[in-house]
Design a protein around this ligand. Sequence first.
Ligand code: FDA
Length: 395
Amino acid sequence: MTSPTPESYDAIILGAGGAGLMAAATAGQRGRRVLVIDHADEPGKKILISGGGRCNFTNVGAGPAHYLSANPHFAKSALGRYRPADFIEMVDRHSIAWHEKTLGQLFCDGSARQIVAMLLYECRQGDVTIRCSHDVRDVTHADGRFTVVHGDRVASAPALVIATGGPSIPKLGATRFSYEIARHFGLKLVDPRPALVPLTLGADEALFRELSGVAHDVVAKIGKTAFREAALFTHRGLSGPAILQISSFWRHGEDVGIDFLPDQPDGWFRDAKRSRPRAGARSVLGALLPDRLAEALAERLALAGEMANLSDKALQAAERRLADWRFRPNGTEGFAKAEVTVGGIATTELSSQTMEARKLPGLYAIGEAVDVTGWLGGYNFQWAWASGWAAGRAL
Ligand code: FDA
């Protein structure tokens, strides 16, 4: 049996997520004939479930400082050329209502489905062909063209874009395909690991596990990196925005520090003894913390009885611990629960202007597949849009 003659395109994009759709629309509207291939049954599945169904589609303050990468400078060019204001302009052009929640995070008023519909409309404006439910069976490169066998079809193009994301949340269709194909073409990887992920605790950290369901505003820190947001105690460990943020920086064997009372001034516990000598230490803590947390911490710190009976030294020591409570996670909840992946295709392999591979002209990598990972709060989509746009301009 002879294989079918390949359909000819200017660019083939693997992956119909945020990055792939943005690259496709941008290149298509520049007159390029673009094919997008995805194995999922519909495009943009992660967009659809993001932000609790309302998609935190960007962050007004997004800049290079909000990203982790082995090369922190790499993201500057793309983020500088396609800014949050550019995406907001597109959202406004499509009359999608949005609002700012906290910390510069922008969400749809209605549904994340509007963002996917907008991107698909932009793709149609560029005559982009999108094929979902197509497994990519083979990718080869010869004579300056990439040939992709997908389902029972074959297509070829002088440009191929890896936009198949990272391995976070396999049940949404995430795979390691980006890495396999990068390796196949000789591109190096930065070891991928789960990020924006709950941390788990062993039996020795029983304090936290007893508190399942309690949430409190804290500062979570590792070294000089600190995030002030809510932490949530779970039956397996810790979650909530502050913990998800710090998890991206955490490595096995490291301690995480929690400041339970970030608003209290130095010496506040001793001052409380002067102003409320007859109050119980537990009730002083209880005025500042959720009851169950106050009780558990007071017990751990052996703070029993009235404030007047506790020495200044003991109160000072307790205050120090409450400001930097150290614990050592025994792991994370892994890729099954990770919102993103830290690591991926090494940025040293790519042009920061175009996302094109230095070793193999015509090959591009964008979005979460690349070793650029944003904080929680709309930064990851901004990277998907910006890197997709940069490649789309170059295709
Ligand atoms: P993405 O993963 O979106 O797309 C990759 C595409 O490739 C998918 O369509 C997949 O089906 C396809 N694919 C994979 N393997 C393939 C294969 N072998 N063959 C063919 N196709 C294949 N970020 C943010 O900024 N704001 C937010 O609100 C959220 N919320 C959020 C919630 C949850 C639950 C998760 C898991 C993640 C978020 N994120 C987020 C992160 C954000 O979703 C993520 O960074 C982007 O979707 C990455 O876009 P990409 O296009 O790079 O990959």
